[in-house]
Design a protein around this ligand. Structure first.
Ligand SMILES: [Zn+2]
Length: 327
């Protein structure tokens, strides 16, 4: 793990709305949970999107970090279309199997090395996440697997992407194993449904996000997943209040959501949200899981799957070459 305290430079992060953020790291461009669909009702009316994504040119995306594929507020229709155009999507072991194509599952603590355009590598490690209160087995039986990510590399700051996680225990484990991140992209918003876990938050509320920042020793926290959906019960104001109450207001970076103040994006493609399918290998996509839309947020398959099991787990550290050089 990179020595803490030597990296003052912060990576550019652009929060695009909901769980979707774009950041540049080691010369590669990463996108978290892609969601670009229009406001409206989704999943049989159970989920209501209230705001569109920020209108930006995405430019080249090298890697999608997908915390889970089953929920439309984490992967929507346009997000699925986008996956066809990126060289690599890292997600849960189950998601890797469902999505196929360029998707690859990461089991807990499994790492993959990505080649940087200018030489060297980026290590992306899958880290645990629990999408609700209770034990991992209890929560995964209802809401499925989620994966978080820790990115590191020589002379690079460490970045943690939490995914939909409600567990501080998990955060403690990640802090112990991976050390303090320079930037923590924390999923917050306190989403609640009366029918799920008695209405408890299934992702961090603001106070827990602040507590997570403290446990992690994160130098900067960029919150995502707190706006744009009706089931998010806490937003920007609650985050500011919670971090202030915890004495961590200086760690909270809400300006990352202001595109105008961020570094210039690199537009390389018009029509960013639903790019044309121009690669022959995209024709064999599996259908989306819309057949489960009428059900509640529960999962439709894979419930019996061993948490953390992955066909790739036995391979240990994988390596993907050429990701950074594709244009
Ligand atoms: Zn979810």
């Amino acid at each position: 793990m990179t020595t803490v305290g030597t990296h003052r430079e912060q990576i550019p992060v652009h929060v695009l709305g909901g769980p979707t953020a774009l950041f540049e790291y080691g010369g590669l461009r990463f996108l978290t949970d892609p969601t670009f669909d229009a406001p409206g009702e989704y999943q049989g009316g159970m989920l209501t999107k209230t705001a569109p994504a920020a209108p930006v040119e995405l430019g080249r995306i090298d890697v999608v970090l997908l915390s889970h594929d089953e929920h439309p507020d984490n992967l929507d229709n346009s997000g699925r279309a986008l996956l066809d155009t990126v060289p690599l999507t890292l997600t849960t072991p189950g998601g890797g199997q469902r999505l196929g194509n360029s998707a690859r599952g990461l089991a807990d603590w499994e790492s993959i090395e990505l080649d940087r355009p200018d030489g060297g590598t980026i290590t992306v490690t899958g880290v645990p996440a629990i999408h609700g209160p209770g034990t991992r087995a209890e929560v995964e039986a209802v809401l499925g697997q989620v994966v978080g990510f820790v990115l590191s590399g020589t002379d690079l700051p460490t970045v943690y992407v939490s995914g939909d996680n409600a567990s501080l225990e998990v955060v403690r484990e990640i802090a112990d194993r991976c050390g303090p991140p320079d930037t923590a992209i924390l999923f917050a918003g306190a989403p609640r449904f009366p029918i799920l876990f008695d209405g408890a938050a299934i992702v961090f509320d603001s106070a827990r996000a602040a507590r997570a920042a403290e446990i992690l020793g994160a130098r900067r926290v960029v919150p995502v997943h707190y706006d744009g959906w009706a089931h998010f019960t806490e937003g920007r104001a609650e985050l500011m209040a919670a971090f202030a109450a915890a004495g961590l207001a200086d760690r909270l970076d809400l300006r990352a959501g202001n595109i105008a103040e961020g570094p210039t994006l690199e537009p390389k493609r018009s029509g960013d949200a639903a790019p044309e399918k121009d690669r022959s290998d995209t024709a064999v996509r599996k259908p989306s899981r819309s057949d489960t839309a009428a059900r509640d947020l529960g999962r439709s398959d894979g419930a019996a799957q061993d948490p953390g099991r992955s066909d790739t787990a036995a391979q240990g550290k994988g390596r993907v070459g050429g990701v950074g050089t594709r244009s």
